[in-house]
Design a protein around this ligand. Structure first.
Ligand SMILES: C[S@@+](CC[C@H](N)C(=O)[O-])C[C@H]1O[C@@H](n2cnc3c(N)ncnc32)[C@H](O)[C@@H]1O
Length: 249
């Protein structure tokens, strides 16, 4: 598998038949702007423990980016990664460290689950549609990242989204890069409140799915913290931006 530099300077790889593992417009920017940032609502940031599902873990960019943003000492983080291809673990070892916490992803090769400070990170190998049943805890955040719907339609079905929705806490958030109409419809049918996420480059928006929250406080405006990677692998924090809470609609 060949290492390919994306437009933000970070690297991706290309699967022989299924396409790139990350956006060629910027693998690191995609992780931050399409997955991590939209998932971190004010309500979730207030919790002292978050349970995260990295659905189609791949090279772990979304998890690494989340660790860069939240750190590993502030709150308890329990992260489950579902991945079918065990051979990727060896390839992770050869990748450059493009995230401050990528060393923790590399540690998984010899230590799974990895438990360090307030972090527990566990990879579960096999078909995510089956393995999701092994997760006993309710999740707050899901990074949903299979190959594209045209390549892997079976991973973007209503049934698949329902299996995630079922184990989500109220107020939970699913983020994904795809904005395909069928994807958004299937998410809605599964129970999610669906909103368009941010656009990066000239591609369409991403998608955010909220599991609605009965708690009135959650139904007030959410503040999304704004941060960005600026040429370095350290997220730079900027201003905070108000966003209407999806659960209130
Ligand atoms: C787009 S890549 C994910 C990239 C990854 N999230 C990252 O940030 O590095 C899709 C991943 O889904 C995995 N995959 C494909 N079918 C799967 C399945 N049925 N269950 C779990 N993982 C699967 C592939 O091996 C591949 O690693």
């Amino acid at each position: 598998m060949q290492l390919i530099q994306t437009l933000d300077g970070s690297y991706t790889l290309k699967h022989d038949s299924k396409g790139h593992y990350h956006s060629i417009a910027g693998a690191r920017q995609e992780a931050l702007l399409k997955f991590v940032k939209p998932a971190l609502t004010t309500e979730l940031l207030k919790k002292d423990k978050l349970v995260i599902l990295d659905f189609c873990f791949g090279f772990g960019y979304k998890t690494a980016c989340l660790l860069d943003v939240l750190g590993i000492n502030e709150k308890k983080l329990i992260i489950y990664g579902l991945e079918i291809d065990k051979t990727l673990l060896n390839k992770i070892q050869d990748l450059p460290d493009q995230f401050r916490h990528y060393n923790l992803i590399k540690k998984l090769i010899n230590q799974n689950p990895l438990i360090q400070d307030k972090l527990k990170l566990q990879l579960i190998f096999g078909d995510a549609r089956k393995q999701i049943k092994k997760i006993q805890e309710r999740i707050d955040i899901c990074f949903y990242d299979p190959f594209s719907p045209s390549v892997e339609p079976g991973l973007w079905t209503e049934k698949c989204f329902r299996s995630v929705y079922k184990i989500m806490n109220k107020g939970g958030v699913l983020t994904t890069y795809s904005c395909a109409r069928t994807v958004q419809e299937n998410m809605q049918k599964a129970g999610f409140i669906v909103k368009n996420g941010p656009e990066i480059g000239r591609r369409g928006p991403s998608t955010i799915g909220y599991r609605s929250c009965k708690n009135k406080i959650c139904n007030q405006n959410r503040i999304i913290n704004c941060c960005n990677y600026k040429q370095t692998n350290r997220p730079v924090y900027g201003f905070a931006k108000r966003q209407e809470c999806a659960s209130s609609s």
